[in-house]
Design a protein around this ligand. Structure first.
Ligand code: KG4
Ligand code: ZN
Length: 365
């Protein structure tokens, strides 16, 4: 194998149609040759949330154009790629299938290997896009669909230490924004309003904070916030105050559990205390600051990918493909890989102790 690999990555698991061409050297240096993220926010905004069928159609409309433009910008021809990687789960299955089939079609036409990627592994490796952040590290993944602590000890070595038992943090932000009618996506809208709110005005719960363990829960907090809205006419200031209280509560929960997770991680990896925070909610400045404080207290360094790589993107998918290709650990099913709506990063823990989900569809995390 040559000294570097060049990969096309495709991401369509939620409401971003994204493609990237990336080169990674054996030493782990990464160069993003081109990257495009096309957001579907305008299509979903009228509904206050992502509508799966609309998402799938929007991906189908534009995926080929996004891939073609990305290749164009990279200055490379398909023949110059080493492989094609695409998110193949977990996520909204219609969208996942569009991106995965686009990747498979290109792989079939060019004779290049197709690499199915777990979207969560993309997030887990995203700090390595910029920093070559070495293993091991403690990952807090906080997105619209997931909220978990993962001990990352190597490529493919992911151990779940804790997880939400109901809603993801981003989902709770999105629901509050919908209840208040302040826009979509919810996280940035809540954060904006919270800036001029009084975070002391309403008393909201911090679920599971008084219990041991590293699991999280946001359903009760979401319901408590919805009850505040039901029980009184909130004016503009009232809405801002509720957003500030809600954001503070999420931040307290995440920071409190992160403190515990770092203490646990430290018992095994005292010499390399790194906390990585990834996923869309990591864009929130209050939450970032709280996590920064916790990391500092624990003597850990905090690594947060730049905002465009915290939220969904294809560079992280291409990177996961490049790392697996270099390590010789590409999933062997190739073109036969079936898209997976649910695909926990740590399958063993998810099966023995499904934090949530379960039943016929299988564990979510
Ligand atoms: O990682 P992501 O782009 O997509 C997945 O869910 O995989 O995360 C999107 C989530 C949404 O729930 C969005 O409301 C939330 O991240 N989010 C934020 C902020 N920016 C995005 N939540 C809180 N504060 C923000 N600034
Ligand atoms: Zn994501």
């Amino acid at each position: 194998m040559s000294d570097s690999v060049t990969i096309l990555g495709i991401e369509t698991s939620c409401d971003e149609t994204a493609a990237a061409v990336l080169r990674r050297t054996r030493q782990g240096e990464v160069e993003i040759l081109a990257e495009i993220v096309h957001s579907q926010i305008d299509e979903h905004a009228p509904y206050g949330g992502v509508v799966p069928e609309i998402a799938a159609r929007a991906h189908a409309d534009i995926a080929d154009t996004v891939v073609a433009r990305t290749l164009d910008e990279s200055g490379l021809a398909l023949a110059q790629l080493d492989a094609i990687a695409a998110t193949s789960g977990p996520g909204l299955i219609g969208g996942v299938m569009v991106g995965m089939m686009t990747g498979k079609a290109l792989a079939l036409a060019t004779g290049k290997p197709f690499i199915p990627i777990n979207h969560l592994e993309g997030h887990a490796l995203s700090p390595r896009l910029a920093d070559n952040c070495p293993f091991p590290y403690l990952l807090l993944l906080v997105s619209g669909g997931h909220c978990q602590f993962i001990e990352v000890t190597g490529l493919g070595a992911y151990r779940r230490l804790g997880s939400t038992i109901d809603d993801a943090a981003g989902e709770a932000f999105d629901k509050l924004a919908k209840t208040l009618g302040i826009g979509f996506p919810g996280g940035p809208a809540v954060e904006r309003l919270a800036e001029r709110g009084d975070a002391e005005r309403f008393s909201l719960p911090r679920p599971l904070m008084n219990r041991p363990g590293l699991d999280l829960s946001f359903a009760g907090l979401k319901t408590a916030a919805a009850r505040v809205v039901e029980q009184r006419e909130l004016d503009d200031q009232g809405r801002a105050d509720l957003c500030a209280c809600f954001q503070r509560a999420v931040s307290d929960c995440l920071a409190g559990k992160t403190e515990r997770a770092l203490a646990d991680f430290k018992t095994r990896h005292a010499g390399s205390l790194r906390l990585v925070v990834a996923g869309g909610v990591a864009a929130n400045q209050t939450i970032r600051a709280a996590l920064g404080h916790v990391a500092q207290q624990a003597g850990a360094s905090l690594i947060a990918p730049p905002l465009q790589h915290c939220t969904d993107n294809a560079a992280m998918i291409a990177l996961a493909g490049a790392e697996h290709l270099a390590a010789g650990t590409v999933d062997g099913s190739g073109l036969a890989f079936a898209a997976r709506p649910r695909w926990p990063l740590d399958e063993a823990s998810a099966q023995s102790d499904p934090a949530y989900g379960g039943g016929k569809k299988g564990a979510k995390a």
